[in-house]
Design a protein around this ligand. Structure first.
Ligand SMILES: Nc1nc2c(ncn2[C@@H]2O[C@H](COP(=O)(O)OP(=O)(O)O)[C@@H](O)[C@H]2O)c(=O)[nH]1
Ligand SMILES: [Mg+2]
Length: 343
């Protein structure tokens, strides 16, 4: 799971990146950088106590920071190119800088449309060159389908439409998905407010089901990160400021990007694992080990909340709350699973 940060120069991307991964702020690291943020899961500590586990392992999420976009658009397609592999985009809007959320968002979209258009145009030129060669008929046909798809995508982009899987046939999608068009990715807006902002709710009006909005004062948080917990509280009280819970924001990013965690627990370790929401038992088994997916027999499931409430596996079983499931079972957030696999 890769989360890409998008925004114009100086919007606070690198400051946000450092805050999310829990590193001391260092905006001088201006290039492309990526790091893993561990996904907070308070239930793992209680689970570790219950199992007398030797180790707690947290699921990780990759965050990618890129050089900020230029307001004159020059070089932006190349900067955005670093986000092609990202699964989800966080677009950072600096209202601390007096920016208008809607205008800024429209600006990002235009930059992403330009970047996608460049990819489409380059590919059309390449296909044109390839088609001149004496290729076997099958390959010629494949190239023709791809060309049709890319031309359709390009025409859409030119009229301001984002790339959408819904507009492509299955064959067209298969042949073009490797381009990882930016405008096809799910995204959200993170409003970077002034340090003294206390009314974060005012930004909810920009939120839509497709593009949710959250507001954080990234600058304030990066200052608070340098303080001890006591200093922090005193500072907030004295200044009348409101801090944002970092763990809550990471969990929110996880949720909005369509991911969730499931758990495994034993004496050796208790551990959280990342997977796509609505994923199946066999997919979860594959996250743990590819052999588990290949030789999957069944999975034993109980909910972490039931276990913590009742205090032991035995009690969960006595209450009939454990269940045995096959490949297609849909894993729920917070399920503790034990995979039974053959050899
Ligand atoms: N006042 C204020 N300054 C911020 C905030 N976030 C970032 N900055 C400052 O803006 C400058 C650019 O931030 P940076 O994270 O490097 O932006 P980037 O270009 O998007 O990576 C730095 O000097 C930050 O300290 C904020 O929320 N409030
Ligand atoms: Mg930066």
């Amino acid at each position: 799971m890769k989360i890409g940060l998008v925004g114009y120069q100086g919007c606070g991307k690198t400051t946000l990146f450092d805050w999310l991964i829990g590193r001391a702020p260092d905006p001088s690291r201006g290039g492309v950088q990526s790091a893993m943020a561990s996904i907070p899961e308070p239930r793992l500590i209680s689970l570790a106590n219950l199992y007398h586990a030797k180790k707690i392992v947290y699921a990780l999420m990759e965050i990618v920071d890129i050089p900020g976009l230029a307001r004159d658009s020059v070089g932006n397609a190349a900067r955005l190119g670093h986000l092609r592999e990202a699964d989800f985009l966080v677009c950072v809007v600096p209202t601390f800088d007096g920016r208008d959320v809607q205008k800024e968002m429209d600006g990002f979209l235009q930059e992403m449309i330009f970047a996608d258009m460049e990819i489409a145009e380059n590919r059309i030129t390449r296909i044109g060159e390839q088609k001149k060669k004496h290729l076997p008929r099958e390959e010629q046909e494949k190239l023709s389908i791809e060309l049709g798809a890319i031309e359709k995508i390009k025409a859409g982009l030119e009229s301001g439409n984002l790339v959408s899987v819904d507009d492509l046939t299955e064959d067209e999608y298969k042949l073009t998905r490797s381009f990882r068009f930016l405008t096809e990715k799910h995204r959200m807006i993170l409003v970077n407010t002034a340090d003294d902002e206390t009314d974060f709710a005012q930004y909810e009006k920009f939120s839509t089901p497709e593009v949710p909005v959250i507001a954080v004062s990234v600058g304030l948080e990066s200052e608070l990160a340098k303080m001890s917990p006591q200093e922090r509280q005193q500072f907030l009280d004295e200044m009348g400021l409101v801090s944002t819970d970092r763990d809550g924001i990471i969990r929110k990013l996880l949720d909005l990007s369509g991911q969730m965690v499931f758990l495994t627990a034993g004496e050796k370790e208790v551990r959280s694992w990342l997977m796509t929401k609505n994923g199946t038992a066999v997919e979860a088994a594959g996250c743990i080990h590819s052999d588990f997916a290949k030789n999957f027999i069944r999975v034993e499931v109980m909910s972490c909340d039931d276990l913590l409430r009742l205090g032991s596996e035995r009690e969960v079983k006595a209450a009939g709350l454990n269940h045995r499931e096959s490949k297609d079972y849909i894993i729920q957030d917070g399920d503790i699973i034990e995979v039974l696999a053959g050899k």
